[in-house]
Design a protein around this ligand. Sequence first.
Ligand SMILES: [Cu+2]
Length: 396
Amino acid sequence: MEWKTGFLLVALILALMILSAGCLQTPDGSSAPGPAPGITDAGSGSSTPAVPYDFGIPKKSAHYVRNSPAHGATLTELPVEVSLDFNFVLGPGSVISIRSGGREWGAGETTIDPGRLTMRRSLNLSAPDGLYEVVYDACWPDGSCHDGNFRFAVNRSRPGQPLPPGTPAPGSITTAMPATTPGLSGPGISPDFGIPKKSPHYETNTPEHGAVLAGVPVNVVIDFNFDLGPGSAISVKSGSREYATGTTGIDPNRLAMRRPIDPAAPDGLYEVTYNACWPDGSCHDGNFRFAIDRSLARQYTDLTGTPQVTINMDNIAFDPAMVRVTRGTNVTWINREAVEHFVNTESHPAHTYYIPQNSRGLLKNDTFSVVFDTPGIYPYHCSAHAAVMRGSILVE
Ligand SMILES: [Cu+2]
């Protein structure tokens, strides 16, 4: 019976290889049955030009800055190590895995440099030619960990040539969200926010990915840690309709780009897609999603029709934290306690969403005022207590 089992296995493997060849263009590798094909060769029969390696789209952790080898690099020598740079301090649990052909080729432990901005791991010296997928977890001092991945290839045998057929490929890479954009099906039903794709040098965005807002955001702002250049653009769509208005603007410090949104944008799920372009002319796309659900306005303290509104800062909280006001209202914050507080527009720590809503440090009895002339939603926080001290102004 043993030889029959062996024969069946060979037949099954052949059938799977034929099936997987037909799925080479599947954009979301996770939906393909069995291992995703990592490498195509010149004879794949595809109508597109032959691509030696399928590098896919890397997923990047929060605070990611860069990695070495670069995503998509084909190296003619085995790299000594893989390293990843971040703009935030790495903590325990941070780990790098370097896989090819279903095997781990990382050697020894993942180490964190003294400055805690770089983690690295050596490669096994006997690692073969092929496509490598690096999967990592970056952990912050608060204990939260965020994964990411990227791919590179090693081709020592025939530089510039595709790898020989049958070279083992790694598993599928996590990539973008589903192509379709489902709408909100009604209050209380969670929209499908998917997984955002982030451009290199991405830092934060407002509204944040996954936010469900009681009103229309006055603009979408995306923050970077590198200088934006010409060609940078933001689109805000629900269904197939564009709800961004005007043009995409770049802030004077070139670290944020923004675009207004139609104040009449309806309730529903919105997908923001953007292109961030650098001074060298290269552009890199990204996307994220938020939703508008006006029924959430019920949760706000209704202070509409009141021309002067006061919000207290006390017990490490804004009180009231969520208020509805009429356009033209002067909102004044007063610090009632002996703890320094701030009023800062989202996001943290970029504070770029609505720049006039950024106070200096407020000591006890200090005040800060903003007149809100434009209808929309204004999420904010205190920078000294960003995790817990949050508020929102809904201007109608
Ligand atoms: Cu505070």
